[in-house]
Design a protein around this ligand. Structure first.
Ligand code: MN
Length: 263
């Protein structure tokens, strides 16, 4: 039932139907949380409905609203693991990039799901096109407070201390971080929380590619611009709060699509 509902959603949106050709799927910023079951349901229906022509699935960070360690997956974590495992079990290659919410996802999660954990930045081959894949938070260089916090949270010593805390202590800490983040965001302008174009150009040049794909900013769009007279593209996935957001990519190119959520 759920599968049919979701396939209908994919093919009814503006876009092409990629089911007929081998393709790769990208998504990010689902922010799964037990308090938002409709989002979990939509994602699971979407994943279960992926056709046999789906070769690879990239989850580009912030799959979960919070992840305090592989030893405490919580309700939504437990729901997702078998769904992801079923995909890799039938031959879909699964890849996961850490987001700023679920950077504590580790090897146990990878083993249970059959997904590969990717480094923060990686260049992948997409049907002949080199694409820089990253969550996107590192591009928001104008948000200096966040970048400082990120340095702390990504420090291996900090993460080791974190894993030595009890689960309730970690739950509290995650809640505090989220509250602080929400309070800070209300004081920041939209510009500060968007990708900085200099950081975008730097990343493309550093990896010597023309195309990047990321999430994080929750501003789904394809940006076209030139650097040194060469056309570049920045593909931005959206969040899943009001609808799904995915990129399909095949031999014929890519398309950023939104997936309507049926009540
Ligand atoms: Mn994020």
């Amino acid at each position: 039932m759920a599968n049919t509902k979701c396939e209908a959603a994919v093919s009814s949106i503006n876009g092409r139907n990629f089911s007929d050709s081998s393709h790769t799927v990208f998504l990010s910023d689902v922010h799964l949380d037990a308090s938002r079951p409709a989002i979990t349901e939509q994602l699971i229906a979407f994943l279960n409905a992926l056709p046999v022509s789906t070769e690879r699935l990239y989850i580009v960070g912030d799959l979960f609203e919070a992840w305090i360690g592989d030893d405490a997956p919580g309700t939504v974590g437990k729901q997702l693991v078998p769904v992801l495992k079923a995909l890799t079990g039938r031959g879909v290659e699964g890849f996961f990039t850490h987001g700023n919410r679920d950077f504590m996802i580790g090897e146990k999660f990878a083993t249970l799901t059959g997904f590969d954990l990717l480094p923060d930045e990686i260049v992948i081959d997409c049907y002949g096109i080199s694409v820089l894949l990253l969550h996107g938070d590192t591009l928001c260089t104008d948000d200096t407070d966040y970048q400082a916090l990120r340095t702390t949270l990504r420090n291996p010593a900090f993460q080791e201390n974190l894993m030595n805390m009890s689960v309730p202590q970690r739950v509290d800490l995650a809640q505090q971080l989220r509250s602080a983040s929400t309070a800070e965001m209300s004081n920041k302008t939209e510009d500060i929380m968007d990708a900085n174009q200099t950081a975008v150009v730097d990343a493309l040049n550093r990896h010597e590619v023309d195309v990047m794909l990321h999430g994080h900013t929750h501003r789904p769009q394809v940006h076209y611009f030139d650097i040194d007279a060469r056309p570049r593209q920045r593909i931005v996935l959206g969040d899943w709060f009001e609808q799904g957001s995915v990129v399909f990519w095949s031999d014929d190119g890519f398309e950023l699509q939104s997936l309507q959520r049926h009540a």
